[in-house]
Ligand binder design. Structure first.
Ligand code: AVJ
Length: 331
């Protein structure tokens, strides 16, 4: 069921590697370079997804509760902004749909005609979500798609005349760097018709004293989440990382505008990755970069919108202005 195609930004279709091959290639590439890195998308195996659920429940991880507050406060406004024409409500990276529930409720209250199309790379998470929604909203049409974002957007573009409303919540966009963000937003715009909408969640720049604990919590869940990627490499690529010999390190990079996650080596050590037939040497305190979580200002968000061919129609904030859900209209 998983997508086997990547839709490139210029509209051409290219075959891609099987997921295991892509993982092997990215780990080899990432751990054999001078500045070691592992792409953050590999956090989310089953255990990693469960750890992320635990992160979302942490007191320090304000993002989830801020966006929940925004949707709770503004669901009716968002429904009004969408209007009464029938539409596809497509959610990229739907996860457990906990926040989307608020929106679905408001849309049903307003008697909107829509089909909910959650997209996720995890088939198990998607099945759980669609079954939950079927129980809760027996009359709602739900069409889950197991795919990467670009593949799903192409499907979307081919679904006839209904208007498209795309949700990309939770600051998922924060894992992309500037170049990737621009490409993604351009590709998104290319798949939409004029007047289609996108609601995108951005975490805002704020005091590092608030940011740091959110990504370095006192219970050490984020540390486990970060280290879990080494456990995954051990299991899937027959490696022998000793998880006690690496530790989670988090920092705010004010010029880049990003939280940065690293795994640091406690000592000089050599790790064997059996499936790749390589050995990786670490010096004391050498780093593996594992994640960026970019933060924005409302002005930067408007800039991205304009550049990609959208009008930033509405900006929704929580009371503390920690987070923004920005509603964009395709021009
Ligand atoms: C899922 C990308 C929104 O960057 O805040 C949480 C992932 N990493 N704690 C984020 C994450 C460490 C999260 N996103």
């Amino acid at each position: 069921v998983a997508a086997v195609l990547h839709i490139l930004t210029d509209g051409h279709v290219a075959p891609v590697l099987a997921p295991e091959e892509e993982f092997a290639r990215d780990i080899r590439e990432g751990l054999t370079r001078t500045h070691k890195r592992i792409p953050s998308k590999y956090f989310y195996d089953e255990r990693g997804s469960r750890l992320f659920q635990q992160i979302m429940a942490l007191d320090e991880y304000y993002l989830t509760r801020c966006e929940y507050e925004i949707l709770k406060t503004h669901a009716a406004d968002i429904s009004a902004a969408i209007g009464s024409a029938p539409f596809n409500l497509m959610e990229l990276g739907a996860g457990d749909g906990y926040k989307t529930d608020l929106l679905i409720r408001a849309l049903q209250k307003d008697k909107r005609t829509f089909r909910y199309v959650p997209v996720d790379i995890s088939e198990s998470a998607l099945r759980e979500l669609t079954e939950k929604l079927e129980r809760e909203y027996p009359r709602l049409e739900v069409q889950g798609i197991v795919a990467d974002y670009f593949h799903a957007l192409r499907w979307h573009a081919e679904q006839g005349a209904w208007r498209n409303v795309v949700l990309f919540l939770g600051s998922s966009i924060g894992n992309m760097n500037q170049t990737e963000t621009r490409l993604f937003l351009k590709a998104l715009r290319a798949r939409l018709k004029p007047n289609d909408l996108a609601l995108i969640g951005f975490d805002l720049k704020k005091d590092p004293a608030i940011l740091l604990p959110a990504y370095s919590d006192s219970k050490g869940i984020t540390a486990q989440f970060n280290l879990n990627v080494l456990r995954r490499i051990n299991r899937e690529l027959e490696a022998d990382f000793d998880l006690n010999q690496f530790f989670h390190y988090e920092t705010w990079a004010p010029v880049r505008g990003a939280m940065e996650s690293y795994l640091l080596s406690r000592r000089a050590q050599t790790v064997t990755i059996g499936a790749l037939g390589i050995q990786v040497a670490f010096e004391p305190y050498e780093a593996i970069h594992t994640e960026y979580s970019f933060k924005y200002t409302p002005g930067e968000i408007r800039h991205y919108a304009a550049e990609a061919g959208f009008a930033a129609a509405h900006e929704y904030f929580d009371t503390r202005h920690y987070f923004e859900d920005s509603l964009w209209r395709a021009i």
